[in-house]
Design a protein around this ligand. Structure first.
Ligand code: ADP
Ligand code: ADP
Ligand code: ZN
Length: 217
């Protein structure tokens, strides 16, 4: 059996991180989140982190070559031996081509690309109310998914924080960047015959079930 690769597409706030963690856990795959990787580099103060920071602060995309190299490195780690759920990558057609090339080296390919989507008002509501665990990156929401103990992660007890790019102004920019640069990927994966869509506005468990069906079919 070869490795399995699933791509989660969708605008910021659609629920990719929430669903990718659950799916990876259930399917025994690595959860590969480009945003989390960049934030980890940033907090470690690496060169890559310094390059990425300026883009992230503005809500723009980090250059494709830098991003694809980071993913290639991450894919070589042992927990990706069974495959991966990509969350937030690829985000441009050039990145999708890069990923295809990377997988083709081992005769592998993306099995399914699933778009999770929601209306703009809901995306803004979710992002501006989002809190994340500093330790394990689990997302919470101040009203939709509050933690049991305020300010603490249910899973690991880590401290919760709000991302500096989850302000209304930066969110507007990120949504525009998604429409411009990432939407074209839908047609790309549609042509490859691997695209599926899931309504992201239902509750987390309903989205999880729909996603499981989408990748099984
Ligand atoms: P993304 O990774 O696509 O940006 P997240 O998974 O971080 O999205 O979710 C964004 C915010 O929306 C978080 O605060 C999360 O708790 C909340 N959220 C995720 N899925 C749902 C859902 N189905 N219904 C309501 N809120 C959700
Ligand atoms: P979201 O919750 O919006 O899905 P992410 O955590 O995935 O946010 O991404 C945060 C930021 O990290 C992006 O605004 C961008 O600056 C950078 N980033 C993440 N993934 C990519 C990518 N695949 N290509 C370029 N930049 C990326
Ligand atoms: Zn945690």
């Amino acid at each position: 059996m070869g490795r399995r690769f699933i791509v989660l597409l969708g605008p910021p706030g659609a629920g990719k991180g929430t669903q990718a963690a659950r799916l990876a856990q259930a399917a025994g795959l690595a959860h590969l989140a480009s945003g989390d990787l960049f934030r980890e580099h940033l907090s470690r103060g690496t060169e890559l982190g310094k390059v990425a920071q300026a883009y992230m602060t503005r809500g723009e995309l980090v250059p494709d070559d830098v991003t694809t190299r980071m993913i290639a490195e991450r894919l070589a780690q042992p927990d990706a031996a069974t495959g991966a759920v990509f969350d937030g990558f690829p985000r441009t057609v050039a990145q999708a081509e890069g990923l295809d090339r990377l997988l083709a080296e081992h005769g592998e390919r993306v099995q399914r690309a699933v778009v999770i989507d929601a209306r703009r008002e809901e995306l803004v509501r979710r992002l501006t109310g989002r809190w994340l665990c500093r330790e394990c990156q689990t997302p919470y929401h101040q009203t939709s998914r509050p933690p049991r103990v305020p300010g603490r992660c249910d899973g690991c007890g880590g401290e919760l924080y709000q991302r500096p790019d989850d302000t209304v102004e930066v969110v507007e920019r990120r949504l525009a960047v998604y429409e411009d640069q990432t939407q074209p990927l839908l047609a790309w994966y549609e042509r490859a015959g691997v695209l599926a869509r899931v309504d992201g506005e239902r509750d987390v468990e309903a989205v999880q079930r729909a996603l499981a069906r989408a990748i099984a079919s």
